[in-house]
Design a protein around this ligand. Structure first.
Ligand SMILES: *Cc1c(COP(=O)(O)O)cnc(C)c1O
Length: 389
């Protein structure tokens, strides 16, 4: 029997994407001018409830600019989870600051209990500025990551950031469409709680522009500053006067056209992913040691990725072994990233009481979750997980 390949996650273009992109090409507006960038930004403010949105070339560029605008400087420290894709950590390095790695909670997000313990026991406040007692450096910000779409517990993180005067940058690159349902931020989208929120439209994210990112903030002055810095900090259009060091980080009209098309069916994509989860859960129920990571009780998740937590003792196979079994059936699954505090460029950085992240990394496996996944494909994946062979 020949089985077709089932990818982990591929984009779906089922709406006006081609029409909008063609419009850019026929009108010639493919680059930095044209109407789609502004339209994509206003679709984003409408959808998230943020006051301002600034479209960038990538999620990484959005995070980098956010750190600059949050006032994170050379030799500052930024608290960041070790369990994340490495991009947010790299942006901390770009501004000359140092990451301090934090452990994760049951939803794989930064652990508020340990963040508090770190600020309380390892740091001291002087003139309302937080300093790491060991390094003497100022701890300026916390960068949270809404992992795989599941909202970080901001009810706990926000008061800690207030108490210790830390700026909050939300890496919401995986979580467009996720929001809080209860608590102090009920009704708010991820990315709109902290000082800055960043989204990504990389090819494997919930929607894509090929490559792209977005900063959301309620601060109009800083949003305009982001636009300025993302277009080489040009102060005079005619004479090309630049009073600051800028970046080439602005999104193109072509990317934004694709984004506008994608935004139109984002709610449908999220609904489809949630239905996938329901179907998988039914099919996998009763298998010992196999459970999905579900949205935190206080939230609604976009379920960008569907993550199984495998208890190797109960299930009989490790997550890694299951990944290999799935691969034999041409089904793509993926373990989570190597922890950032173990990555070569950051191995010498401080890592605070990392324990849960080590366990989660061994147990978690992402399985096929594309919006275009068919019922037959889903059943095939579930069958292999059930049979373990
Ligand atoms: C994808 C991703 C990014 C980076 O986004 P790009 O658009 O690829 O630059 C940053 N952080 C996390 C957690 C991501 O998954």
């Amino acid at each position: 029997m020949t089985e077709s390949f089932i990818p982990l996650s591929v984009p779906s273009f089922t709406g006006n994407e081609l029409k909008y992109v063609s419009e850019c090409i026929t009108t010639g507006w493919v680059s930095f001018a044209g109407s789609f960038v502004g339209r994509f930004e206003s679709m984003t403010t409408d959808f998230t409830g943020a006051k301002e949105a600034v479209a960038c070339q990538s999620g990484t560029a959005a995070l980098h600019l956010s750190l600059i605008l949050a006032g994170v400087h050379k030799d500052d420290e930024v608290l960041v989870p070790t369990l994340t894709f490495i991009a947010p950590v790299n942006t901390i390095h770009y501004v000359g600051a140092h990451p301090v790695f934090m452990d994760c909670d049951a939803y794989l997000n930064i652990d508020p209990v340990k963040v508090h313990a770190f600020c309380e026991n390892e740091c001291q406040l002087e003139d309302n500025h937080l300093f790491n007692k060991k390094t003497g450096r100022r701890v300026r910000a916390i960068m949270v990551v809404h992992l795989f779409g599941h909202p970080v517990n901001m009810d706990e993180i926000f008061p800690i950031a207030q108490k210790y005067n830390l700026k909050i940058i939300e890496d919401a690159t995986e979580a467009l469409g996720s929001k809080y349902t209860t608590g102090a931020f009920a009704g708010k989208s991820v990315g709109t709680v902290g000082d800055f929120g960043c989204f990504s439209y990389n090819g494997n994210k919930i929607i894509t522009t090929g490559g792209g990112g977005m900063i959301v903030t309620d601060n109009k002055i800083l949003a305009n500053k982001a636009r300025y810095l993302s277009t080489q900090a040009k102060d005079d259009e005619d004479k090309f006067i630049h009073n600051e060091v800028g970046y080439n980080y602005r999104m193109t009209n072509l990317q934004a056209a694709l984004g506008c098309g994608q935004m139109e069916h984002l709610p449908d994509i999220i609904q489809t992913k949630r239905t996938h989860l329901k179907k998988y859960t039914e099919k996998l129920s009763g298998i010992p040691g196999v459970k999905f990571i579900t949205e935190p009780t206080y939230s609604f998740s976009n379920y960008w990725h569907l993550t199984l937590r495998i208890d190797a003792k109960e299930y009989g196979l490790s997550a890694l072994k299951l990944k290999e079994v799935l691969a034999e059936h041409k089904i793509q699954a993926r373990m989570i990233w190597e922890l950032c505090h173990k990555q070569k460029p950051y191995a010498a950085c401080e890592a605070f009481q990392i324990s849960n992240a080590l366990k989660q990394q061994e147990q978690c496996l992402n399985i096929p979750c594309s919006a275009s996944l068919t019922d037959m494909e889903l059943a095939r994946v579930a069958e292999v997980i059930k049979n373990k062979s």
